[in-house]
Structures are given as C-alpha cells and as structure tokens.
Design a protein around this ligand. Structure first.
Ligand code: COA
Length: 165
C-alpha cells in the first residue's frame, strides 16, 4: 500500500468528509459514544483535547488512498509527557479493515512521530473493544495503566497502552 497517505485535515474544510467516514464506521462510533455518529462526534474528533493541551497540539489526519478517504486518525502532541504522541483515534471504514491497512496507518504514524522527535506512542482502548486491543498488542503496544470508568465519565473502562519508539 505504497500510495497510502496521512493527509492533514481540519474542521473548517473537512467536517463533512469526517462525518461521512464516521457514518460508514458507525459500528465503532456507536460503541464508543452510545449513539449514531453526528456533528458533535466530529467536533470532538477535531477539537477535544487531553488535559493540559490546546487544539494547536492536535494533528487530525485523513487516511487517503489516491482520492478515497479510507479512515481518519488524530494525534495529540505532549500528553502525557512532552515527547508522547497520544493517538486519540484510528477509525477505518469497515470495508477496508482486516487486510493490513491498520498496520500501514500505524507505520505512517510512527514515521511522523519519529520525525517530530517523539519517544512514545500512547492511546486508550475501550475494554469493550477486544479486537482493537488485540490489534494494538499484536503491533507491540503494552499495558500502561487501567483507567476505570468514574461516576462522571462516559461509562467505559479503558486500557491505556504504550509503545516506545
Ligand atoms: C482497529 C483497526 C484500526 C485495525 O485496523 P485493521 O486494518 O483492521 O487491522 P489490520 O488488518 O492491520 O490487522 C487486523 C487485526 O486487527 C484486528 N481487528 C480489530 N478490529 C477489527 C475489525 N473491526 N475488523 C477486522 N480486524 C480487526 C483483527 O483481530 C486482526 O488481528 P489478526 O490478524 O491477528 O486476527 C480497525 O479495525 C478499525 O478501525 N476498527 C474500528 C475502530 C477501532 O476499534 N479503532 C481503535 C480504537 S482504540
């Protein structure tokens, strides 16, 4: 998949494209937020920041193969530590899952992270999403900490995973 690219995207120009992708990937979105994909989800994809960061630290990308958007991902630079890239989401169109695209996307993320002189990738995966947990562990991520749901959170238990670059 040599022609696979991560193209920077932004809310002003790409909200409709992101909503279209989220609607194709409604299985995952519904699992995470408990409702069908909508513009609030898209807004969070582009704007929601981990604690202590601003939207300037967010880097949203479309996963592009030629002119087709097959997925999207967003990384936040500087959470939990200055040289961490926090992968907020990798979301692929279900029609393109299970054939190595996720591994290729991760390679592209690693390449960009190393160029940005990052030393660690981190992410959180829903306990209710064992297939994704399997994917990340297969790719070498290891458990970092367990983040149990709290009375004020979205109800999901999560594993935070890490990968040393
Ligand atoms: C998780 C995800 C990014 C992996 O990308 P992918 O292209 O399907 O993964 P690959 O083809 O490189 O690897 C497939 C592996 O991922 C696992 N996997 C996870 N979710 C899967 C899915 N929905 N469909 C197919 N395989 C999936 C499979 O178990 C498979 O492992 P195996 O080959 O050892 O059996 C992608 O499936 C996806 O977008 N899933 C929905 C959103 C999601 O869960 N994102 C992660 C949030 S932390």
């Amino acid at each position: 998949m040599n022609d696979l690219k991560l193209e920077p995207i932004n809310k002003a120009d790409h909200a409709e494209d992101a909503l279209d992708l989220a609607q194709r990937a409604a299985d995952y979105v519904t699992l995470e937020i408990g409702r069908a994909p909508d513009m609030d989800f898209v807004n969070d994809f582009f704007m929601a920041t981990p604690p202590g960061l601003s939207t300037q630290d967010l880097h949203p990308f479309a996963v592009m193969q030629e002119r087709a958007m097959l997925g999207m991902t967003c990384v936040a630079q500087g959470y939990e530590f200055p040289h961490d890239w926090w992968i907020g989401l990798v979301l692929l169109d279900p029609a393109f899952r299970g054939r190595g695209l996720g591994r290729n996307v991760l390679q592209l993320i690693k390449h960009r992270a190393r160029k940005a002189r990052m030393s660690m990738l981190k992410l959180s995966v829903l306990e209710a999403n064992p297939r994704a947990t399997h994917f990340w562990m297969r790719e070498g991520f290891v458990p970092h900490r367990y983040a149990a749901a709290t009375p004020t959170s979205d109800g999901h238990n999560r594993w935070v995973l890490r990968y040393a670059l």
